[in-house]
Design a protein around this ligand. Structure first.
Ligand code: UDP
Length: 240
């Protein structure tokens, strides 16, 4: 265990991370790879909670722009995260990794309801816990869910896996050639500079609860392991 820097983590996977190049739905080889990467750190003895997004299925904001009631559109988004959660569970279990899915909105036939103490017990027993259905509330995001669950379970860090971007930049590196990458930042920097890493609710929650965040590129094999074992990749965000 000495090689591990973070013993208990929240891994935030956006819906995009499961979609691959298509950007929509679940891409079987892609989700299989993600599951394999998770298995690698599971084998190191890391206690893993995963918060899955749902942007590959549906975004509440997009629904609202089409004229839907925002809260209703957000509930559809939360159901999308649950589909991703179940797909990830299936892939992890195919690799022999024991898992539990807990949803913030009860769906008893397919998953456990979110119960903090039970989630912690699962982690202690060596089960990966997948947190689905966001916070259970409209107007929130799965980034905020990651910050919230990390605080609740006493995670050592939040690992925010990005698609193709290897950290936090001064501006979007895909559209700005002069964008500069930061190795370290404070949560206050993110809030003050308006950097689009996570929404401000998620940033302030993580800041208030003193949880470090590591933003890294999921598309490079072995990166989750590198973060967990303390390699300086990506951008680390701390309280100060
Ligand atoms: N969502 C919500 N409350 C939450 C978490 C998510 O209403 O606590 C909804 C929201 O509509 C969001 C969608 O679920 O657009 C998918 O989540 P998110 O956009 O965070 O997914 P990601 O961008 O990580 O794939």
């Amino acid at each position: 265990m000495s090689e591990v820097k973070y013993n208990r983590i929240i891994l935030k996977l956006s819906g995009e991370a499961l979609a691959g190049d298509r950007g929509f739905g679940i891409n079987p080889p892609v989700i299989k790879n993600v599951a394999q990467e998770i298995k690698d750190i599971f084998n190191l003895g890391v206690q893993i909670g995963i918060v899955v997004g749902g942007g590959n299925m549906w975004r509440g904001e997009a629904g609202a722009e089409m004229g839907m009631e925002r809260a209703q559109a957000d509930y559809i988004g939360m159901l999308g995260t649950t589909m991703n959660g179940l797909a990830l569970q299936d892939n992890l279990e195919h690799l022999g990794v024991p898992t539990r899915v807990q949803t913030s909105i009860e769906m008893r036939q397919i998953a456990e309801p979110y119960i903090r103490r039970k989630a912690v017990r699962h982690l202690e027993k060596g089960r990966v816990v997948i947190f689905a259905a966001g916070t259970g509330n409209p107007y929130f995001s799965t980034d905020t869910t990651a910050a919230l669950r990390a605080a609740e379970i006493g995670a050592d860090a939040i690992l925010m896996a990005k698609n193709g971007v290897d950290g936090i930049y001064s501006s979007d590196p895909r559209t700005h050639k002069d964008a500069v990458k930061f190795d370290t930042l404070s949560y206050m920097d993110i809030l003050e500079k308006g950097l689009k890493v996570m929404d401000s609710t998620a940033s302030s929650l993580s800041m208030d609860n003193h949880i470090p965040l590591v933003v890294f590129n999921l598309n490079k094999p072995g990166n989750i392991r590198k973060v967990v074992t303390g390699d300086n990749i990506g951008t680390t965000v701390k309280e100060k």
